[in-house]
Design a protein around this ligand. Structure first.
Ligand SMILES: [Zn+2]
Ligand SMILES: [Zn+2]
Length: 189
């Protein structure tokens, strides 16, 4: 019985994906990583957007002693739901970012991290290899608009009948202007 439960939990939480780099591979001249990952590689299932195209990742890594600096570029196509008319739409993202990877449990870093946090995203690594996947995931999330709109002039839905106003107007349109006033009038009567 216990075993069954355990298996179930494992099925719903597969081991997290990663893009692992051996720090030894980052030579004096740095290391260039160019990758293309399919949307299924990313676990954004609980988010209100979807990756609908392969994700291109271009990174250049350099290091000084134990610290690794990453300059990266992520591009793909995302599908959103418009915050006004609730239609789905797609949008390309093409975004650049920087990150710094430092060894875990290094006390002497603490001050530097606090100072540098506004410019660089700081991640930790241990055991001679680092995972660039979290910084790529974070960068995709950062490029997501808070309220996605299919078009900044999207007319949305009629608050009365739910008609999609981008497609055509509804007959309640004229009441919109003095809506509050008419509610007031109704209350007064
Ligand atoms: Zn819209
Ligand atoms: Zn209407």
């Amino acid at each position: 019985m216990k075993e069954v439960l355990h298996t179930k939990r494992f099925d719903s939480h597969p081991p997290p994906a990663g893009i692992w780099i051996d720090i030894e591979d980052i030579g004096v001249e740095g290391l260039i990583i160019d990758l293309v990952k399919s949307p299924s590689f990313f676990d954004f299932d609980d988010r209100d957007f979807k990756i609908v195209h392969d994700v291109t990742i271009n990174c250049s890594l350099s290091r000084s002693e134990h610290d690794v600096y990453l300059k990266g570029k992520v591009s793909t196509t995302l599908e959103f739901r418009c915050g006004r008319c609730i239609d789905n739409f797609i949008e390309d993202i093409d975004t650049e970012f920087s990150a710094e990877y430092i060894p875990e449990k290094k006390e002497y870093h603490k001050e530097e991290i606090e100072l540098g946090e506004s410019e660089l995203n700081v991640y930790y690594y241990e055991g001679g290899r680092l995972d660039i996947f979290p910084s790529v995931m974070d960068q995709i999330l950062l490029s997501i608009p808070i309220k996605p709109l299919c078009n900044e002039n999207c007319l949305g839905l009629c608050p009365h009948c739910g008609q999609k106003l981008n497609i055509h107007k509804c007959s309640c349109k004229e009441e919109d202007g003095d809506n509050r006033f008419s509610i007031l009038k109704r209350i007064q009567h």
